[in-house]
Write a protein that binds this ligand. Structure first.
Ligand SMILES: [Cu+2]
Length: 511
């Protein structure tokens, strides 16, 4: 009872600040305020027309979402996936191309597909109720949009906790003049569906506040949803530092399995490479709830891009990647033998590996020394956008303060965002927007902005361009972006269980 009262109080308190803290439907209902640019506004196709080039090629793909079975580590696992595979098929296109994806929904639930990180036309962004009606079971929908920036992206379901099934896949946009090394998408995932609880059971378990009895497949699987309170009882012991950039409280859920490209360490993903070949790994964290620390055996990675935008090349021993984030890294395959790419659950022991393997030369087969995950990871302040990736310097036209909140008890999360005349974070086309996002909780959150790529500006004038940013407990980040893509857009935590428990809001273009 006490918990219930506390929960209601929290919802009420953050509600005053402009947050629909409970009920995802409330948070996502498209604004009917007629001063807002809705997905049917003529500005949407006009903006899209300006992205089109005369020689655009259309890339056609059909994605059939359906219940299926996949083989993971020798086990047959029931799940939902696109085209019967996990990850779904890679979509590859060049800058300026039109992607035309026909999505067939053979699931027992409604579905939408979100094209994560793409500056997409608003009516194709795939957020149910906000951008489109969800695709009903048995129905189909054609997503068609221009891709105007190269980089590493992915697509995934944006309904409920469906992302935590197999409903995701890589989306790679290359420049027409690409001459760099071969590139390989590396999708990281946390896995429970068909092995432990379903994602819906997991959400219910977290929201019930129970610590859970654990998965039949993992002695340590349990939930820790009770202790993510506000600062009131927090203390600073869980604070972030150089060796634990996300703080001490990194995950809500210990999963029975972790995957790279749909494979567990028991039967790892293998990437064949020529001896000594340099490859570009497109690291994509498609997990619902798990950050990973990445290391490669036998040498440094070179980080060259964040969320699709080029960086000053930076050698790195380890790198932490939150849910929804992407980093491109260069690694060199060994002359003989193999090297391992290890993704360890940040702050935990569990990990998953993939193998980069050169064909054997003669009878020699050397194994690189194991990857060292104890080194401090690259910090946000180490990353600098290339000049051509940076936003031009100009003063902000509007500044917004956004706060991430958690209830003291129970599993309730929220975003408090300024609202003017009933419109959450109102912006106008052409404006430079500055946003300070403060994390008022004792857990880190990966915050994702739809339809735009911001620049992190509070550490360096040339911080990385990103669309998803990890914000440590009790920390704040300042970002800037240009309002150049009219519509109604989401701003939310990419921990899908936090989002579904209220940590989502919208920002909206005024006419
Ligand atoms: Cu979160």
């Amino acid at each position: 009872m006490r918990k219930r009262i506390m929960g209601l109080f929290t919802v009420f308190a953050v509600g005053i600040l402009g947050l629909a803290g409970i009920g995802v439907a409330t948070a996502l209902r498209a604004t009917t305020n007629n001063s807002v640019v809705d997905p049917h506004d003529s500005l949407i196709p006009e903006t899209e027309q300006a992205r089109k080039t005369a020689d655009a090629t259309t890339r056609n793909i059909t994605l059939v979402a359906a219940p299926t079975t996949v083989l993971i580590g020798g086990r047959t696992v029931s799940t939902w996936a696109f085209n019967g595979q996990v990850p779904g098929p890679e979509i590859r296109a060049q800058v300026g191309d039109v992607v035309r994806a026909e999505v067939v929904n053979d699931l027992p639930e409604p579905l939408t597909v979100h094209w994560h990180g793409i500056a997409i036309r608003n009516d194709m962004d795939g957020v149910p109720q906000l951008n489109q009606e969800a695709i009903a079971p048995g129905a189909r929908f054609v997503y068609e949009f221009v891709v105007s920036h190269e980089g590493s992206y992915f697509y995934h379901s944006h309904v409920g906790v469906q992302l935590d099934r197999g409903l995701y896949g890589p989306l790679t946009i290359t420049s027409k003049s690409t001459t760099g090394p071969r590139d390989i998408p590396i999708l990281l995932d946390d896995w429970t569906d068909g092995v432990g609880r379903t994602p819906d059971q997991q959400l219910a378990q977290l929201q019930s506040g129970s610590t859970g009895a654990g998965s039949p497949n993992s002695g340590q699987t349990g939930m820790s949803g009770m202790h993510h309170g506000s600062m009131i009882h927090g203390g600073m012991s869980g604070a972030a530092n150089a060796s634990q950039p996300l703080g001490a409280d990194t995950v809500d859920i210990d999963y029975p399995m972790y995957l790279i490209n749909g494979r567990s360490s028991a039967d790892p993903a293998v990437i064949d490479a020529a001896p000594g070949e340099q490859v570009r790994l497109r690291l994509i964290n498609a997990a619902a709830s798990t950050p990973f620390r990445i290391a490669a055996s036998g040498g440094a990675m070179t980080v060259v891009a964040s969320d699709g935008y080029e960086l000053h090349a930076l050698p790195a021993k380890t790198l932490v990647i939150g849910m929804g984030e992407r980093y491109d890294v260069l690694v060199r395959a060994p002359r003989t033998g193999s090297m391992s790419l290890v993704a360890q659950v940040e702050g935990k022991r569990a990990s998953v590996s993939a193998m980069l393997r050169a064909p054997k030369v003669g009878s020699q087969s050397t194994m690189e020394p194991p990857a060292d995950l104890t080194q401090d990871p690259v910090s946000l302040g180490d990353l600098h956008a290339n000049p051509e990736s940076s936003l031009p310097v100009r003063p902000a036209d509007q500044t917004f303060d956004v706060t991430l909140n958690g209830a003291m008890m129970g599993y309730e999360w929220g975003i408090a965002a300024p609202s003017v005349g009933g419109v959450s974070i109102p912006v106008r086309e052409g404006q430079r927007i500055r946003m300070k996002v403060t994390n008022n909780t004792m857990m880190w959150h990966p915050v994702h902005l739809h339809g735009h790529t911001f620049q992190v500006v509070n550490l360096n004038h040339d911080g990385p361009r990103k669309d998803t940013i990890a914000i440590a407990p009790m920390d704040s980040i300042t970002i800037e972006f240009d309002a150049d893509n009219p519509g109604q857009w989401m701003l939310h935590c990419h921990n899908i269980y936090h989002a579904e428990s209220g940590m989502m809001t919208t920002f909206n273009y005024l006419k």
